[in-house]
Ligand binder design. Structure first.
Ligand SMILES: NC(=O)c1ccc[n+]([C@@H]2O[C@H](COP(=O)([O-])OP(=O)(O)OC[C@H]3O[C@@H](n4cnc5c(N)ncnc54)[C@H](O)[C@@H]3O)[C@@H](O)[C@H]2O)c1
Length: 300
């Protein structure tokens, strides 16, 4: 076992949805390594109904019992004023914010044919808008101090699609675009923004996980990647890391080598003939410099 050299002493971390599951594990691990933690949680059901201070309070009590520092916040990330209050809690209690982990989430799974648009809006509101609201409130502080670590929580549902989760998948891939754009905008100010795609058995996922998976797929098996991405040692930005059961992968959006059709061959038939080349991912490339790097390819 390597010696724990990655520490968060003197740093303030905000973890949204930290009253249960993954967020709770992140909050406990950050506090154990010296961070002062804002434990935000609305305390609702998996579907986002209800609310109570119990979930956040229990995690704060756990951190304090282990000798750490933490404060609870019960606001909903999807409420603009509530999201700002989470960052305000960090500043008024601990004086600043260094780390923002956008983790709060709910599910309203249904096939698209049966899905009410209200359920689409609610899920996008919590995951995508919630992360944007919380990060937007922290952004000026991070820019001013010239340091920050921001994490978005995406999902394989968003990266690759999932039956019955059109709302969730749309929100989760939106978070990748948000992370990659903020990585570009925050780079000069010392702010690193990455995304985690966790796989763990929690109350959110227990219905879709195979029986007996809980032991291997613990939230604690995701935590190493999250703590590294939240640390000053973090050497990457704009990346998506998949983490579960001790497996860690990078997921990336790439373009194929593809082909170029000449001006005299700009027909759907020529495109059909070229399709195997267009879709072949051998030698595919990512664009760490962002969209402009990709667009420049088209201009030659
Ligand atoms: N568990 C997995 O395998 C998995 C896979 C991919 C992505 N994720 C994502 O990881 C994150 C954490 O999920 P989890 O599995 O730990 O679920 P969880 O239900 O155990 O924890 C989510 C927490 O977020 C809180 N929350 C919900 N809405 C909120 C709001 N509006 N404001 C503040 N808090 C709110 C809930 O009260 C809950 O405590 C979610 O974003 C989820 O989509 C989980």
């Amino acid at each position: 076992m390597t010696q724990p050299t990655i520490r968060f002493d003197g740093q303030v971390a905000v973890v949204t949805g930290a009253g249960n599951g993954l967020g709770r594990a992140y909050a406990l691990a950050l506090a154990a390594r010296g961070a002062k933690v804002v434990v935000n949680d609305l305390g609702g059901s998996v579907a986002g109904a209800g609310g109570s201070s119990t979930a956040a309070d229990a995690v704060v009590a756990e951190i304090k019992a282990a000798g750490g520092e933490a404060v609870a916040n019960y606001a909903s990330v999807s409420d603009k004023a509530g999201a700002k209050s989470i960052i305000d809690t960090a500043v008024s209690t601990f004086g600043t914010v260094d780390i923002v982990i956008n983790n709060a989430g709910i599910l309203r799974d249904k096939s698209f044919a049966k899905m009410e648009l209200a359920d689409f809006e609610l899920v996008v509101g919590v995951h995508l808008l919630g992360a944007a609201y919380v990060t937007h409130a922290a952004w000026p502080l991070l820019r001013e101090k010239g340091y920050g670590r921001v994490l978005m929580t995406t999902s394989s549902a968003g990266l690759y699609g999932n039956f019955g989760q059109a709302n969730y998948a749309a929100a989760k891939l939106g978070l990748v675009g948000l992370a990659k754009s903020l990585a570009l905008e925050g780079g000069k100010a010392g702010i690193k923004v990455n995304a985690i795609a966790p796989v763990a058995v929690t109350r959110l996922s227990e219905g879709v996980m195979p029986p007996g998976a809980a032991e291997k797929l613990s939230p604690e098996a995701v935590t190493p990647a999250v703590l590294y991405l939240a640390s000053k040692e973090c050497a990457v930005t704009g990346q998506v890391i998949v983490a579960g059961a001790g497996h860690f992968y990078r997921s990336e959006t790439v373009e194929s080598v593809g082909t170029v059709l000449g001006a005299d061959a700009l027909t759907p038939e020529a495109f059909a003939d070229a399709l195997p080349k267009v879709t072949d991912l051998t030698g595919a490339t990512p664009f760490p410099g962002g969209a402009m790097e990709a667009v420049a390819r088209v201009f030659g």
